[in-house]
Design a protein around this ligand. Sequence first.
Ligand SMILES: [Cu+2]
Length: 819
Amino acid sequence: MTTRTDKPSFEYSGAVRRSTHRLQITLSLIFLATLVGCGEKPLEKPKEKPSLPKVTEANPKAIASNQCARTVKADVVALDQLYYYNRLGAFNPAGLVYALRRDVVHSLDKSDQDELKKDGDDLEKLDGQPIGAGGYPGHVSLRSDKRPRPLVLRMNEGDCLEIKFTNLLSPNIDVQEEATDPETNHRMIIDTEDPVTRHVSMHVNGLDYVQSIRDDGANVGNNESSLVAPGETVTYKWYAKADTEGGHLFYSMGAAAGGEGDGGQLGLGLFGSVNVAPKNARWYRSQVTAEELKLATKKDAKGALITTQPYGQPVIDYDAQYQAADTDKPWIKTGDPILSMLNKENEIVYSDLNAIIDIDATGEPKAYCDSMSEGNACGKPYREFTTIFHDEITAVQAFSELEDEASPYSSVRDGMGINYGAAGMGAMVLANRKSFELGADGKRTNNRIGPAADCAECKLEEFFLSSWANGDPAMVVERDTNNKVTKALYPDDPSNVHHSYMGDPVRFRNMHAGPKETHVFHLHAHQWLQDKHDPNSVYLDSQTISPGAVFSYEVQYGGSGNRNMTVGDSIFHCHLYPHFAQGMWELWRSHDVFEDGSTERNLYDGEIAGGTPNPAIVPLPRTPLPPMPTKDFKGYPFFIAGEQGHRPPQPPLDLDEADYAQPSVPTLRRHIVEGGSSVKISPKAVEEMIKIAADKNCDSANTKGDLYTKGRQNSACIAGRVRAEAPPDVLGLARELDTANIKVLASDGESSEKRAIAFHAGKAQAGTLGESAVPDKTNYNWPAKGYPTCELTNNGKSEPICDDASQPLKSVLFHVNGQ
Ligand SMILES: [Cu+2]
């Protein structure tokens, strides 16, 4: 499955080869220091290249600048940036990323100090500070609160995008990194598979060049090279003509091949997207911190936050600006927008994966929308989710077992990513299994790794995909000097979860950066049309996507939660199971109450006592607001009777109650396992498995007995067959639940679940949620119920419109399923 170059890969010494999880984490911290600070070369300040030649007859593809309806600007740099794929510690030691210049800070080590002092620069003052217009190639990093993510730039149809692009990669060739194992003092060398060239570019698919062929960002044939050397700056200018709405993959053509999966620089992270929105669209941040949401909330004369009456949601000013510079956040200047992704000078200041795209009839006119099929959300503001697949990822794995390509474990390593995140099954299962290892005295050692360390019942699929057991996928955490996890990082973008409120229109921008495999994007509980412009188009929930391909999925029939108004998590993943198991999956979380990002809304976590961040979700304008959470109804996922670090229970009303009525049937009732112990499969059990598999009647439908007996027999057959056909190592991951502390749950739901069921049936008690729901129909003529609420208008410039039962035109209802 993996293609490696013939260069030796991880040249660990024997001692390091047996390295533990803890060592990997410690090493990665060393890399953080060494990668950004390899200051053997003199520090060079970036210099501007001479301006690009004007459009000439010889460049027929280039368009005249005066075609640009507007010119949007972006100041972009390329830099070396280590990034983590998930909380268990897989990381890319040779990461190369694009970032907005304003998100990049100086990262200088002591050896740089003398040199800088000679120039009159003061290291102490520079380190960690924004690079401004400068920056020393190889001595910069992302600011500490900005999660490394593929860069997403936005423009509207008709716009030109002018990118000032500076290469701030280290001029040194980091083909190999050296590090010291702090426990053994052994030196180790890791092959980063970094391409030899340090020239990079931005090459985009599907946009027109404005200036000349040098907007190509490539070095092809007889064309003049438009690659950029470390320290140099060029300007690329691209135009989005009509009907280019959607994602447009860009990547570096400095090294187009080589390394893991033959991906060149793209394989190390140098890719991103230009998302083109309809004409005249405005773009706002979709997920922010609690503090940012408060800053963007309107205030009264006394400075108190203004909320809707009587429902209590904050009234957002979408175009709010920072009123003062912030010494803790030196990249913020007075007048910078808080939510708007563009500042007054039409410069892109936020490059988030997710966005609110506010459109109106000038962007998608009524006649255009009327030509589409039933169930579309054309012309309405929408949430945009950018999901960039990338495979054959360069990753130092969290556990050495996953590195060994001869081992079956390596097929479940962190190998396939989305947006620089991966949630592979192998590390999660190994962390759990290692946590239950027994010492020489036969007792459980105190070896706790990860959030599911106490989960004796954690077996395979039903646990590796569960946020109850593992926390949200691809979360990145901070560790103290004892390697103890202290908190989840990046509260506005903590994990591979995209957030929306039920009923929000959603458009996915899904693309595959490559370099190698073809994948199948598959989304649960929601569908879209293959061609939204064709009323007779095919209804899809899966899309095959090859390297370089881009698709938009405009979710049909009500967007978030879809036709059934489903609350909670809908997984999307590559439908090829080996890729899924190697980490290529994310969650789309549809919320049923307002999320303000406060710590009271933190998600439960099996490892971090205070929980993990639940971002503030900015509501869409002109869209009914979800209710505020109450003490009795905290909203998803808090009403579920699960426990952090453990498998969640079956849903209420999911099991056949008829079975319960017969005491003779030994069926386990709805439950969770709160604790217990697990053991490795004994040699005796293995013998038994082989015997069962050898029985030719094993899989026959003739098994006698009740459901329980049949089920037991069938699973023994499957286990036996797998044992017989797979290498013996496979059993290394198998565990038997030995003892279990069971908490039986009410089949029809615990009290919090019953309240949620009542809420979604539109039967919440008056008083707990303001008012009861009223019978209504969705925009798609589907029976539903709606809770009276408000919606924010005109980007918050005027007062919210709230429900007024006496005026039919002012009926503002937050819809729930109502059944
Ligand atoms: Cu795949």
